[in-house]
Design a binder for this molecule. Structure first.
Ligand SMILES: *[C@@H]1O[C@H](CO)[C@@H](O)[C@H](O)[C@H]1NC(C)=O
Ligand SMILES: *[C@@H]1O[C@H](CO)[C@@H](O)[C@H](O)[C@H]1NC(C)=O
Ligand SMILES: *[C@@H]1O[C@H](CO)[C@@H](O)[C@H](O)[C@H]1NC(C)=O
Ligand SMILES: *[C@@H]1O[C@H](CO)[C@@H](O)[C@H](O)[C@H]1NC(C)=O
Ligand SMILES: *[C@@H]1O[C@H](CO)[C@@H](O)[C@H](O)[C@H]1NC(C)=O
Length: 692
């Protein structure tokens, strides 16, 4: 039932482009984040060209439904405000008046008769608090206000289904509930969990939690979707009964309901708060020296050893969390608005998505205690292939970590450095990723990872120096100096004339002598010159500096088009061109290896080569990348050109042509998504203009 009504809805939407009837600020994105915190806590409202909170089910980033319903009763009349449930009982649809998103919140106002409901979805972003950042939970807060000056009786209901615990709805689940004490909590998990595995990108172990404060007027119920929802619609409260007939997710759809009686209200009420989350332990397995593996546990477990403790703390923290979120949102808005309003809106939509691809972990010592000095941040390469800590996905995302808390960047690099320092990885260049399939960071001891030798070696050098410059912390440079030099030797041999290989834009295929890839390698050599200086080796620093400078001179001859108007895509192919976004590293690290004329020439070229939805990535295709366009915007020498890139990304993000989370690869002519990339952390690179 869920799936067929969902499919029918989208078929309808595909043929009828609807004008939205509510105010959408700052714009109407393809999909709005609802509960977006980790690779597995990822619930979105698929909007397409316009779907209200109660027009569609929330979906996982893949598009699979994660059942999440909401009803309100006003003076005895029931209205659905969230999801697309069908229930054999009488209710109407609340009317959406507005949708609004910030960096951490999505806020909807819907009118239900004479009452307006404000539904706030808060997915906290807590870059400076590792405990809070690692808690895999999000809030939904609901408040009601009379719109006619009269008093009204209001009750609020919400549930989640068991779709939050698996990517296969035919699997059996079991559940239980905490019904006494200060918090009501439903917990649901697979009957036969499979640790460290996924189906359809959903995790297959751990538990989902749906919770609310157990205040006066709170009720609960578990049972079949139609039965629990009808109970609320007919009675305005739940039956405080528990279904113990454990069964498959899709077998009479068990749902986990919670309700509050707000009593008689007039002016806006204090919100009732619900929390949704998913905890699994261990979070990942990680390869260690000698070839063994180590379990990694979510950081917050060091502070909250039980799920009851974390749920209680998280719910109790709502008011403070909202206040911190508003401060964070305000800071981002202030900083990004200095560029433009379009830019601020693109950045706001990017932040939850980028953070939600990451998980902060600790290991345990031999005595079972948490090792608080062993922090690794893991990142899932969502939607493209699920790799763990892909270097050329961390690199485009890097600006968001530099901007919010560079230490998070250090924790991302730590896993890659430590693995390669074991000597288990055989290649002389940097590894591409820590494991083919999240959450297994098992390395690539056969050296057969996706080979991007120049790309990844340059990326590691650039990010390591960037972190050190930003923080003054030289510990990675000191500890991993050997690896950094090894990668530099490779770049010295292979980056001026890059062999036939793929770059980060692997979907475009391999090519020899890529102009932009050579920039990456040369900037990497320049970075090592600075690193050597920091480490006190002035002779080595001078040598690498002169190599980088001489490479730039030679590269200028190889890479110029015969007209001199632009750089080529690859040496000697005069009519070819592309976005030379790797110059961003030269500016970020303040190397100034490349002459100003290169920047101004490229800036002028892009200005006259934009299609309706932006500037193509290169002459092989009409598609482009959002992250590389904004890296290029950050180094543009003309604000007209800069704003062409920014407006193009905003136009794509708001064009209503798809209904998935923010995609980073799309067609510049049609504005349609290309390849299907969505929900990827590379949108963290949209903050590139905030870090130069
Ligand atoms: C619910 O089940 C889980 C998993 O079996 C268990 O750890 C937890 O203690 C149970 N909670 C309650 C309230 O019974
Ligand atoms: C804690 O982790 C660090 C970093 O991996 C390691 O050097 C140290 O030996 C660990 N401490 C213990 C007690 O295991
Ligand atoms: C790469 O460029 C160099 C310098 O122009 C040239 O000598 C070499 O033949 C090119 N390689 C390929 C495969 O085109
Ligand atoms: C500079 O570095 C290159 C590459 O490692 C090396 O071959 C060369 O001998 C070095 N030159 C000096 C003067 O150290
Ligand atoms: C930027 O480009 C615009 C449009 O071509 C042009 O009018 C303007 O003079 C340029 N500004 C600078 C500072 O070069």
């Amino acid at each position: 039932m869920h799936l067929s009504s969902f499919a029918a809805f989208w078929l309808l939407l595909a043929t009828v482009v609807r004008a939205i009837s509510w105010t959408a600020t700052p714009f109407n994105p393809s999909s709005i984040p609802l509960a977006v915190r980790t690779p597995y806590l990822s619930a979105w409202l698929p909007q397409g060209s316009g779907a209200a909170l109660n027009d569609a089910w929330a979906t996982f980033w893949t598009g699979m439904i994660v059942g999440w319903a909401g009803f309100v009763k006003v003076d005895g009349a029931a209205y659905v405000f969230m999801g697309a449930p069908s229930v054999p009982a009488t209710f109407s649809k609340a009317t959406q008046k507005s949708s609004h998103f910030t960096s951490t919140q999505s806020i909807f106002v819907l009118s239900a008769g004479p009452v307006d409901l404000t539904v706030t979805f808060l997915s906290p972003v807590e870059p400076d608090d590792l405990v809070k950042q690692s808690i895999p939970f999000a809030y939904m807060a609901v408040s009601a206000a009379s719109t006619d000056g009269l008093s009204h009786s209001v009750q609020v209901y919400s549930d989640i289904s068991a779709e939050w615990v698996s990517g296969d709805n035919s699997l059996n689940v079991k559940w239980n509930s905490t019904t006494t004490g200060s918090i009501l909590t439903h917990q649901v998990q697979l009957a036969d969990p499979a640790v460290l595995t996924e189906i359809n990108d959903h995790t297959q172990y751990g538990s989902a939690f749906y919770s609310t404060p157990n205040i006066e007027g709170a009720t609960f119920q578990t049972g079949a979707d139609v039965a629990v929802r009808a109970q609320f619609i007919n009675n305005g409260k739940l039956a405080n009964t528990l279904d113990t007939n454990f069964r498959a997710i899709s077998n009479n759809w068990p749902v986990f309901g919670l309700a509050h009686d707000l009593g008689t209200i007039t002016s806006a009420t204090t919100p009732v708060v619900f929390s949704v989350g998913h905890i699994r332990d261990p979070a990942l397995t990680y390869i260690i020296a000698g070839g063994g593996t180590q379990n990694r546990n979510l950081y917050f477990l060091s502070k909250f050893p039980t799920s009851a403790a974390v749920v209680s703390s998280f719910l109790g923290d709502f008011t403070a969390a909202l206040s911190r979120a508003k401060t964070f949102d305000g800071q981002v808005q202030t900083d990004a608005s200095k560029i433009s309003a379009d830019y601020a809106s693109v950045v706001a939509l990017s932040i939850r998505q980028a953070f939600a691809a990451t998980e902060l972990t600790l290991s345990k010592t031999s005595t079972g205690a948490f090792n608080m000095s062993d922090i690794i941040l893991f990142m899932k390469e969502i939607s493209s292939d699920g790799n763990v800590n892909t270097v050329d996905v961390i690199f485009p995302a890097w600006p968001i970590f530099l901007y919010t808390n560079p230490a998070l960047g250090k924790y991302l690099l730590e896993g890659l450095f430590r693995y390669q320092a074991t000597g288990l990885y055989p290649n002389k260049w940097s590894v591409h990723d820590l494991g083919s399939s999240y959450p297994k960071a098992l390395g690539h001891n056969d050296g057969a990872d996706e080979a991007m030798p120049v790309e990844e070696s340059g990326n590691m050098l650039i990010m390591a120096l960037s972190y050190a410059q930003k923080t003054g912390d030289h510990s990675h440079l000191t500890r991993y100096a050997g690896l950094l030099d090894q990668w530099t030797q490779f770049l010295i041999a292979d980056s001026l004339i890059p062999a036939n290989q793929i770059s980060t834009d692997d979907f475009a295929g391999s090519l020899a002598n890529q102009t932009n890839l050579a920039i990456k390698g040369i900037v990497g050599i320049g970075a090592m010159s600075k690193i050597a200086a920091i480490l006190g080796d002035t002779a080595q620093s001078a040598n690498y500096s002169s190599i980088a400078t001489s490479y730039v001179t030679q590269w200028q001859k190889f890479s110029a088009s015969t007209t001199g108007a632009h750089l080529t895509l690859s040496y000697g192919d005069s009519s070819s061109w592309g976005l030379s976004y790797n110059l961003f590293g030269d500016k970020l690290l303040k190397l100034n290896l490349f002459p100003a004329s290169i920047y101004s020439e490229q800036t002028a070229w892009y200005q006259t080569h934009a299609n309706a939805f932006g500037v193509p990535l290169d002459t092989r295709h009409t598609y482009t990348k959002t992250d590389w366009q904004l890296f290029t915007a950050a180094i543009a020498t003309n604000t007209t050109t800069r704003d062409i890139f920014i407006s193009a990304v905003k136009k794509w993000a708001s064009d209503g042509q798809n209904n998935g989370p923010f995609g980073d690869l799309y067609d510049t002519v049609s504005g349609a998504i290309a390849v299907g990339f969505r929900a990827r952390p590379v949108v963290g690179g949209h903050l590139a203009l905030l870090v130069l």
